[in-house]
Structures are given as C-alpha cells and as structure tokens.
Design a protein around this ligand. Structure first.
Ligand code: GAL
Length: 995
C-alpha cells in the first residue's frame, strides 16, 4: 500500500503540466494489453483500455437511456434530448421496440411516431451521440421484451439459433439496421456504438452460452451496414462474449448493474452488501483491452402493478444513491457509462409488459412529465459536468477499492484512488456504505508536493449521510493547477480574460483547496482563511449559502454550497467553449451569432440569470430569442432578471363536458352476430410453451394474431340440460381480469391481483333448457406479453386468453370464436401502431378515435356516472383546450379518484384514450397509478381533443367511478423549447369488415 502511494507521488512529480491536447492523439489499439482487437471497420470510433476515442479524441461516454417509443411525440424528443445535454451528458442510449414496428411478419413500418430517422436527426442536432440497441430482444419492461406477439407461434426457442426464430428476426434487423447504419458517425450521424441482443447472459434447459446465436445477431448488424463497434451488456460482470472469447465476442465488453434492486417498499433502507467493490478488478480480468463499460446502471426503478408508486422509488433511488453508487463506479474507472433510465416515459398503447403499469416514470432524473425539478437531476449534473472537464480521469488507474487507513487515518471512511499521470482522484465514502452518519475525517494525499495532510489550515472534513466525494490532486484548471481540492469541482473554464473554477461543498462543511503558485497576489473574502504554504496558496472555508470568490491572478474560484451549485449550467458555445450560467430552471443552450448571445432556457420562478464568460465580441443578450436587458455585476458577469408570472390556465372541468356513451359489450345482447369473428379452430399450436393443448382447439390469442389489449371469446354450445357449472382458466398477465356471461346473464369475474397472471374459476350456470343453443362470452384483459429474460423457458410464449374450460357434467361440444383488435396482425391503425388498440367493441369500431359517430351514442354524464351492472361502457367527449403553449410548458394529467375500496361499488378497470392514443390503464382494485400524464402533442393544447374512457365493471353490483379529472399536475414552466407539433393521426371512419 505504502509503495503504491510512493509510486504515485513519483509519477505525479515527474509530470505536472496539463495539456488536454496531449490526450487527443490517436490510440494505438494494438498496444492494448488484452487480446488483439478485431480489425475495425472504420477509424472514427476507436478505443484503448482506458476509453473510447472519437476522431482521435479521447472522451468519456456519459449517457442516459431514453426510449423514443415511450414518448410518441416526435417534436418533444428534442426537448428531452436538450435536457440530457444540459446535464453535461454527451450521449443517449436507445432501445427500439420491434413489436411496434413489425406487427405483421414481413411488414416493417417506422414512420410518424415510430420514425427513428427523425429521432436520430434530432440527437445529431442537439449534439448527443447515440448508442443503438435495437435487440432483436430488448427486455425493457416492454410487452414480450420487445418481441412481436407472433413469435409465440415460432416453434424454436427464442433467442437461440433455432432457424425459425432466426428467420423471424431477419427482416426486422435488416430494416432497422439500415436506418441505424445511415445515421452512424461514419456517415455524419450520431450513432457511435451498436448493441446486439440484450443481457445475453443466462439460460435454462438449452445449450448456453450460444456463440452461434450471438455471432448471428452480430452478423445481421454487419450485414445491415453497421460498422461502429459492437458492445455487449452482460447482465452481471461475467465476462460473457468479451473480446477474446471467440465466436460471438463483441468489440467492447460491458456489464449492467442494478445494485439496489427494484423493490421500493423500504425507500430509506439500503440493503447490506449491495455496493459493488470488485468491479474494477473483475473488469481487468475479463476485458482488460476495452474501456470499462457499464451499458446500464440503475438510474431509477420500475414498479409493478400493486407497487409502491414512483414517488417512493424516487426516495430509494435518489440523489444520495447517485452520489454513493455512481461515484463508486467512477472509482472503478468506468468511462462508457449509461444510466437506465434518464427519462422513462409512458407505456402508452399497451406497449408495456404485465409487470408494469402505464407510467414508466422509472423515478428517473427527468420525470415522466419531462420536468427536471428532481434533486437527482441536479446532482447528476454536478457529476457529469465535473467529469466533462476532467480528462485526466480517463487515463487514471483505479487502485484497490475502498482502502481504509492509507489516505485517511481511521476506518470510518474508505478511499479508492485513481492515480493519473498528473492529476489523481480520490473517491471517499463511508466504509459502512449503508451508514447514515455524518463522519469527520482528514486526508493524507500523495501530491506533487509530497504527501500532504489535509486540511492544512486546521479543522476537519465531513462526509454527510449517504454522501461520497471526489477529492482531486494536481488537477489542472486551465493554466493553473490545484495541488488538491476537498471541495468538489463542478466545472472550470478558461475564458479570454480569466479562468473561472466553480467548487462546492455540502451545507456547513469545512473545505480546503490549494492552488500551486508562489504568488501572493490574491483577492479574498474575509470569511475565507488563506495562507501561502510550500509553493501553494491554501484556501480554507466553511460552506455557507453565500457565494465567495477567491482570486489569484486571473483565476477566479467561485465557492458555493451544493444547493447553489445545482443552479449552475454550462451550455456549450462550440465544441471547445462554453459560458457558465448561474440561475434558471433549465438552460438548454447558448448561441453566439454576431454580437448577440441567445440563451434558450426554462423558468419556473422569477429568476436572476448571471452569465459568466461572455465572449468579448458579444454585446447584446437574447433570452429565448427575445432581446433582454442586462447589467454587469462587480465580477464583470452579465446579470438579467427573468420575471415569472404564473399564468391562469383554464383547464376544463371534465364532468362538465358534453359526454356521450355507448355500450361496449354488445356481445352479450340477444341476437349478437359474431359471424365475422375468427373461429378458434387450430387443433394444434406452435406455441411450445404449453404442450399438449388442454382444449380441443387452441384458444391462445396469439395463435390467431391477437397480441394486445382486451380479448373476447364466444363459446357456442347446445345445452344437454346437465350443465350446472362452467370452469374457466384464463390468463392475461399480472393484475389481469376476466369476466364471463352466459347469454346476457353475468356469471362472474376474476377481478385480479398483482400477483396472479392466470386464474381458475368455476361459475354456477342458471338452469339450461336441453337442446337450446347458448353462448358463453368471456372478456379477458391482456396486460401485455411476458418478457423473455432467461433464454430457454420461452416465457414470452405464455399464452393469453383461455387456457382451459369445462362445461362440468356435460358433453356438449363448445365451438369457440374469438377476437382481439380488428384485423389482428392486419391491424387497422397504422399510425398508432399494432399495439394501441385491443378487442373491445369500441376499439374494433374505432370509436376511441377522434370524431366518433356520436349519433350512435347516448347522452351521458360521463365516466363518473358509473355502471349499475357488470359490463363495459365507453364514454367520449370533445375536450377543447386553449392554453398558451408557445411560451409555457404545461404538464397535464388525467386523474382517477383513488378510491380502491369496493364499498362504493365493485372493482373496475378503465382505459383512457386521448385523440385515439391509449394513454392509461387504470385498475381500481390493484393500483397504484391514478395520475396519468399525457404530453402536449398527443393533446392539442389549442384545439379540440377527443377523449374516451372505457369502463369495465367486473362485479355483480356494477361500479362507481368516484372521480375523473384533468389537472395541471405540476408547475407550468416558461419555456424555450421549440413548438410542439400535434401528432397527426386519423380520426374515426367506418372500418371495412368491422364487427
Ligand atoms: C435490465 C434490462 C433492461 C431493463 C432493466 C430493468 O436487466 O437489460 O432492459 O429490463 O433490467 O429496468
């Protein structure tokens, strides 16, 4: 240990100068210590054992996961991307959901809300790199893990090299691969990396690892024109498919990590032993020639039906988790780092798997309503901006994890050193990482001035609850160098006339930094203690809410507390210059044109904006394209006031709309004609998950092309008179429900629980007349198809619909018919895609679309009128909105009353449609979601909207819907984002062949 630190000092003393340019030389990949890299197909994206290089420039890839398919408003993609960019991140990682793009085998469609060309253009325009992850398998809490439902009919094992499965993937990867290939960096686009497959890490009952399969999906990508490096995301640090492992190996190995798991039940408790401390060592063993890559790291959590809600997940996976866990990853030397999710979005239109509800907020830094008010957004910005100005981190060598006693006396804190050629980084955390104590400590760090005990001017450092810090030594700041800093660095910039460094500390903490200089020409604040010591100027202070500025020569050190640092932004003016902006809810970008600086940003309160480092040639200011007055403050920085006057936002009271309703279960009316329904006549099934069939013909919906939303079955039989009960086994996925009728008589329902994905029920039948035909109608809620995380069991093939039935004591033959969405795989609505609509009568008719034929409806008081008996009623109304959306970003949500008890009526389910897009599934007896955000663009904020609610009452007494409202749920923000284009999508027309 001692030896290490002496060595470090020796290294540090030999090379003290810093020059970012020196880091830009082309890497020599052949010098890598690991296996010889495969020949690269391009020379734009290269790497060595430390990091990636783009066009020869060494850089950290700090990325956030964003699923364009969970925000079906293309003009808002830019909004989210700008919010990612403003953090200081330089990339987004995207999954692509195959199920949405190839609803019918062989027919690939990626237009409108599914337009990845447009998304990749937007990323390019905002200035973010893209890591493309199209699958074919993605997991992602998506229905089928991204697999289209028709894969249930593939006999072979999914995610293996069984030929029918492979053949099924070809068209998709060829088609999406072509789009991605076009947008590679080698063609001037943003795509720098490509991930084939997803967590190809474990199997049961089939040969594994399966190099042939991995190689196949890699070859598929190459065939489609992908030349950028291929990356993997092993589910855990297992070294699978790492370079050197032979067939199926990727170019750059990566593994995922979700150390705190996904149970938000105890949001204040961090489980024991969850902090990984062996990741650097493991990486060195598994893939020493590639940059340490974490393609997915826990940026939040999913939450299941009946879960705790995202507020509680946010408490668990919060800014404290970011401090301790992310910094632990930096301690392990991660240089390709992606947070899953940076923005979660919405499981609109049945795209989710059954383990999740409509919201996919994920407790991510950017909320589902795209707001950035969460503290974890701000904390992430502090970390990302720091790494962005710390190129030395990229080549620093991580030492032993979490050493105690070496860099700090005592055992309360552990420190991991990353020793660089000049600057070094010391990551401090509580030895007991779960500790919520505040601990005092001192440091003994190797510096170019020898081992230095810090603080030199007295006092103690403090590590607060759930905190971790990065202390630096010999850290370059333009032409200056910090011998050390205990205060964390937010950013620094060398401007024309001065260099500005912004450092921060937690409330009331003692901090110290030392600037290497023999000058005594400093200007200080009397609340700072300053002394010249051994060739350095040492500054010591206690953090307060007041900013202090220390000047030495033309170095200006802005000393702030963490909450103030949160308010700083560093918008780029070009790839090599920025301004620093203090204030504003969000600063998206800064652009100099001629003598004008135009800041684009958002404001959620009256704010003062301070702009630091305005270029000399600039003399006028615009904020969001509007000329703005400014004054120069004592620092020479520009200051400007932005008033915020909360607008009055007239949001209609939903109960006062002119509602109309229509019965959406005509199937149980006498004389209902189901002659156009599909006859369930398959005597066998290709679905290999369930063999043999338990019914004379398959009743699995996917065998007949119905993969999404509600399913309806009609079983015809002629009674013998002996029938007393009917047994029904239905399966729809977690929290599903099902109801059954004999002719018009309600038999009963399975109302659903979060834990049950299938249910068996025996319903009593009324007395039946022998020789008379009857029909059993069964409505089953398909909650989405299961994922297929483990290879082998093919869980994605878990059928939906009726698994088994028995007319007890009767030998009457039942002939079944079924329906899901109109047309099945020949789905009717090409704009909203193959998953958006299910098989409810109103969906088949298209009445959930704008402008339904209201003459067929009846006047109604709307959804809150409730249903006196079990059944399904659909309510539609025109919702006019007139909101000042050019300048305001206004978060609107539809809210169901959260009365989950059955005292005021039975359990019910509701589907919410907004201009035809299904934007909510509410399950009154399971929860937890009651608030359903709907983005502008789906809603026309200046025009008429059509909203529809289908309510399914499951219990004998019907259901009451206690409340249904539209709310401004959140703070309206004065915004600098571009205009939101309303998504063009067709309204109702009479559909051909409809029933
Ligand atoms: C990972 C998987 C992702 C997502 C995540 C949990 O294992 O790769 O697709 O499912 O877990 O949110």
């Amino acid at each position: 240990m001692r030896l290490l630190s002496t060595l470090a000092v020796a290294l540090l003393t030999t090379s003290q100068s810093c020059d970012a340019i020196a880091l830009r030389g082309r890497p020599n990949t052949l010098l890598s210590t690991g296996p010889t890299p495969r020949a690269l197909l391009q020379d734009t994206v290269t790497w060595d054992e430390h990091s990636l290089f783009i066009d020869g420039e060494r850089l950290m890839i700090f990325s956030g996961e964003f699923h364009p398919f969970r925000l079906p408003v293309p003009s808002l993609w830019t909004d989210v991307l700008e919010k990612v960019k403003a953090l200081g991140l330089n990339a987004v990682s995207i999954y692509i959901d195959w199920a949405q793009l190839e609803g019918k085998p062989g027919e690939f469609r990626a237009e409108g809300v599914f337009d990845y060309d447009a998304f990749l253009d937007a990323a390019k325009q905002v200035g973010l790199y893209v890591i493309a992850r199209p699958g074919p398998y993605i997991n992602a809490e998506a229905s089928g893990g991204g697999f289209p439902g028709w894969l249930q009919r593939v006999k072979g094992h999914l995610r293996t090299n069984d030929s029918d499965y492979l053949a099924a993937t070809d068209n998709y990867i060829a088609s999406i691969g072509k789009i991605i290939a076009k947008h590679q960096i080698t063609n001037g686009g943003p795509v720098i990396l490509y991930q084939p497959e997803n967590e190809y890490s474990g199997a049961v009952g089939v040969p594994f690892p399966n190099a042939d399969y991995m190689q196949y999906v890699e070859d598929q990508a190459r065939k489609a024109g992908i030349v950028v490096p291929l990356v993997s995301n092993d589910a855990s640090a297992g070294g699978r498919n790492a370079p050197g492992t032979g067939k199926g190996e990727v170019d750059i190995y990566g593994h995922d990590g979700y150390p705190l798991g996904f149970d938000c039940a105890n949001p204040n408790t961090w489980p024991a032993k969850a902090l990984p401390t062996n990741w650097h060592v493991t990486h060195e063993n598994q893939s020493p020639s590639t940059p340490y890559t974490i393609p997915e790291f826990q940026g939040g959590s999913f939450d299941p039906w009946g879960g705790w809600g995202f507020d509680q997940c946010l408490q668990l996976i919060n800014h404290g988790q970011e401090r301790v866990f992310y910094k632990n990853n930096y301690a392990a030397g991660v240089t390709i780092f992606n947070l899953y999710m940076i923005f979660g979005g919405t499981n609109w239109g049945n795209l989710g798997h059954p383990g999740g509800y409509t919201s996919y907020d994920y407790a991510a830094p950017i909320a589902e309503d795209r707001s950035v008010a969460r503290e974890k957004y701000s904390e992430l910005k502090l970390e990302a901006q720091f790494l962005k100005v710390s190129p030395g981190y990229l080549t620093a060598t991580p030492g032993n994890a979490s050493v105690t006693g070496l860099y700090s006396p005592g055992t309360a804190v552990s420190i991991t050193a990353l020793i660089g050629t000049h600057d070094s980084f010391f990551v401090v955390r509580h030895t007991d990482y779960q500790s919520t104590d505040s601990t005092t400590y001192t440091l003994n760090l190797p510096t170019s001035a020898g081992n230095t005990t810090i603080p030199q001017l007295g006092g103690f450092l403090t590590l607060g609850r759930r905190d971790s810090k990065i202390h630096v030594t010999d850290y370059p700041v333009g032409d200056y160098s910090l011998l050390y800093s205990t205060a964390e660095i937010f950013t620094w910039k060398k401007f024309e006339d001065r260099t500005v460094l912004v450092v921060y500390g937690g409330p009331n903490e003692q901090h110290e930094l030392a600037i290497k200089s023999s000058s005594t020409n400093w200007k200080t604040d009397c609340s700072l203690t300053v002394a010249a010591k051994n060739g350095s100027v040492v500054v010591n202070w206690q953090t307060t809410g007041k900013r202090r500025i220390f000047q030495l020569g033309d170095l200006h050190v802005y000393i702030v507390d963490r909450n103030s640092a949160y308010k700083y932004w560093v918008p780029e003016l070009s790839s090599s210059s920025s301004v620093i902006v203090n204030g504003g809810y969000l600063i998206r970008s800064a652009l100099v044109s001629g003598s004008t600086l135009n800041l684009r940003g958002d404001f959620n309160s009256t704010s003062t904006i301070e702009i630091i480092g305005v270029p000399k040639e600039v003399s006028t200011l615009k904020i969001n394209d509007v000329a703005w007055l400014y004054e120069k403050n004592t620092q020479g920085n520009w200051e400007s006031a932005v008033p915020y006057i909360k607008p009055t936002l007239p949001v209609p009271v939903l109960s006062k709309l002119d509602w109309k309703s229509i019965d959406s279960l005509p199937e149980i009316k006498p004389g209902y004609d189901d002659s156009k329904w599909v006859v369930a006549d398959h005597k066998t099934t290709n679905n290999t998950f369930v063999q043999p069939l338990r019914t004379p013909t398959s009743l699995f919906a996917s065998d007949y092309g119905f993969h999404t939303g509600a399913l309806l079955y009609r079983g015809h039989f002629t009674a013998s008179g002996a029938e007393k009960t009917i047994y029904l086994s239905t399966q729809g996925g977690s929290a599903f429900g099902s109801s059954a009728w004999l002719n018009s008589t309600f038999l009963g329902s399975w109302t659903g629980t979060d834990a049950s994905s299938a249910a068996n029920a025996t319903y009593t039948l009324p007395n039946l007349t022998p020789g008379t035909p009857y029909v059993v109608t069964v409505l089953v809620d398909n909650m989405g198809l299961d994922e297929n995380w483990v290879v082998g069991p093919d869980e994605m093939k878990h059928a939906r619909g009726i698994l088994d039935y028995d007319l007890v004591d009767s030998n009457a033959l039942v002939t079944w018919k079924l329906t899901g969405n109109l047309g099945g795989e020949e789905y009717a609505d090409k704009t909203r895609g193959p998953l958006n609509e299910g098989g409810l009568y109103v969906e088949r008719q298209g009445y959930h679309l704008p402008d339904p034929p209201l003459q067929q409806f009846s006047p109604s008081a709307g959804p809150t009128s409730g249903l006196p008996q079990p059944g399904v009623t659909f309510y539609a109304a025109k919702l006019p909105l007139s909101l000042p959306s050019d300048t305001w970003d206004i978060p609107l949500s539809f809210v169901f009353d959260n009365t989950t008890s059955t005292s005021s009526g039975g359990a019910y389910r509701a589907w919410l449609y907004v201009n035809g897009f299904q934007f909510g599934r509410y399950v009154s007896n399971v929860g937890p979601q009651t608030v359903f955000p709907v983005p502008e663009g789906i809603l026309d904020y200046n025009g008429d909207n059509w909203i529809g609610v289908a309510v399914w009452a499951l219990e004998a007494g019907g259901a009451e819907v206690p409340g249904f409202e539209l709310r401004v749920a959140g703070t309206p923000v004065l915004t600098g984002r571009g205009k939101v284009e309303v998504v063009g999508a067709p309204g109702w027309v009479v559909r051909e062949g409809v029933y």
